[in-house]
Ligand binder design. Structure first.
Ligand code: EPZ
Length: 420
């Protein structure tokens, strides 16, 4: 059933919010569970739609699991996994199911995963994943929509990614953990979620060197054992709440964060004049009267994260001047711009740069979510628009934010979920 958020603007947010585990870490970690013939225990797993979709895919493969939602803890038994097809219905809900290719190939020497299509933010091909699998000795073909990978034996090789790819790096790391000999991955993604996956795999018994650098060395091992691993905090959710506090001139304590995962974002938010206090695993946002215009451009970690571009744009709507926001990662990640204009924003697009003229007062209106982070930015705008803002199709948001409206309500926002 389609649902919407109804938000009454202009409430200053106050209080504490606890950040959930990172969706983009939980997904590769769940996929990695089938690399062990025993299983995996994950703590701090966010209860979001994408995690539930990945669990459905694992169940299709024969995985048994218990998800204790109150404790955000999942215990997985992967002793009876079979490499059956991952169908269109799973892939259409969540393209990150491609993360099952690497583990299936590694453990069963074959993978049948429906080929992902494009999505709202771009074509998002997986050519770099496939090229890397071929380098490890896999044969690849597409048949009736399925991407079919097969191999007699995976052998370590030298792999260079022309472009930094987060799930591409994760997929190839997982494919290479049992490969014969050494695999080197150059120009690897170094996002905290990639590091979290590597740390978990090493605890399971994998042999990975260079973790956190762009050059990884993986020596194949025989098998991986069952261990327990805690998912890192979600840096994108943390950034979203920092902006929510800043745009409402609020006073919010954001707990269970790892500030070192947000360096570039925090420095831009400080440049914008947001009053922040950064502690070990808490970030305090203390009231912000005037916002300065700040130019940003997205780039792979440790650069400014593309997943916080839409949210930062909303902060710039309050700036007293013009800012330039350049999106370098995805070719179509400005879907939120047209919706923000409906609220009264003055934004012009020039290729992959958005020119944001801040200072226009926003008035509430009906707007439509198009992708996960764009929908979060529409909620943020609704928090300070005059009157009522209705954000439609919030299933996009439910994919990656756990108890979003409950957390905002606890901070004093006037937000409620209704049928559409
Ligand atoms: C991951 O997507 C994240 N998803 C995305 O988060 C995030 O926006 C993205 O990384 C960039 O940080 C997960 O981790 C589940 P890429 P991914 O491969 O891995 C091109 C969210 O909001 N490319 O790093 O799919 C691609 O088109 C989501 O939580 C190829 O050309 O992104 C893009 O332009 C949205 N060929 C660029 O590289 C390939 O084979 C970076 O994509 C792979 C990627």
């Amino acid at each position: 059933m389609l649902e919407k958020f109804v938000i009454k603007g202009c409430k200053r947010l106050k209080g504490k919010v606890r950040i959930s585990g990172a969706k983009n870490s939980a997904l590769p970690l769940l996929a990695a569970s089938i690399l062990s013939d025993e299983g995996l225990i994950l703590e701090n797993v966010p209860d979001v739609a994408d995690v539930r979709t990945m669990l459905k895919a694992l169940e299709l493969l024969g995985v048994k699991y218990n998800f204790d939602r109150d404790k955000n803890r999942i215990e997985i038994d992967s002793s009876s996994v079979k490499p059956v097809e991952i169908p269109y219905d799973i892939i259409r809900r969540m393209r990150a199911s491609v993360l099952l290719m690497g583990p299936l190939l590694a453990r069963f020497k074959k993978a049948y995963v429906y080929t992902p299509g494009g999505c709202a933010i771009g074509a998002r091909p997986i050519d770099l994943h496939i090229e890397a699998f071929k380098k490890l000795g896999a044969d690849y073909k597409v048949k009736e929509g399925y991407s079919i990978l097969k191999t007699k034996k995976l052998k370590g090789n030298f792999i260079y990614f022309d472009k930094v790819t987060v799930t591409g790096t994760e997929n190839v790391i997982m494919a290479s953990v049992f490969a014969e000999g050494e695999t080197v991955i150059e120009n690897a993604a170094i996002e905290p979620e990639v590091v979290d996956l590597c740390n978990c795999l090493v605890k399971m018994g994998a042999n990975i060197e260079g973790i956190g650098t762009k050059s990884l060395k993986i020596e194949g091992v025989k098998r991986l054992k069952k261990i327990s691993h805690k998912v890192i905090p979600d840096r994108i959710e943390a950034g979203t709440f920092i902006i929510a506090a800043a745009v409402t001139n609020g006073k919010v304590e954001i707990e269970n964060v790892n500030p070192s995962h947000l360096d570039s974002f925090l420095s831009k938010v400080k440049d914008a004049g947001v009053n922040l206090e950064v502690k070990e695993n808490v970030i305090l946002v203390k009231g912000t009267s005037t916002i300065n215009p700040v130019d940003i451009e997205t780039s792979p970690y440790p650069g400014f994260p593309t997943d916080l571009q839409a949210q930062f744009m909303v902060l710039m709507l309050k700036a007293d001047g013009v800012s330039h926001i350049k999106e370098n990662i995805f070719e179509n990640r400005f879907q939120h711009v047209q919706e923000l204009i409906r609220l009264g924003a003055d934004i012009k697009l020039d290729g992959n740069t958005a020119i944001v003229k801040g200072g226009n007062p926003l008035t509430g209106a009906d707007v439509m979510a198009t992708d996960l982070r764009a929908s979060a930015s529409l909620v943020l705008a609704g928090l300070f628009a005059k009157g009522v803002t209705k954000v439609h199709r919030i299933y996009h948001l439910d994919r990656g934010y756990e108890s979003f409206e409950e957390k905002l309500k606890k901070l004093g926002a006037a937000i409620k979920r209704e049928g559409d």
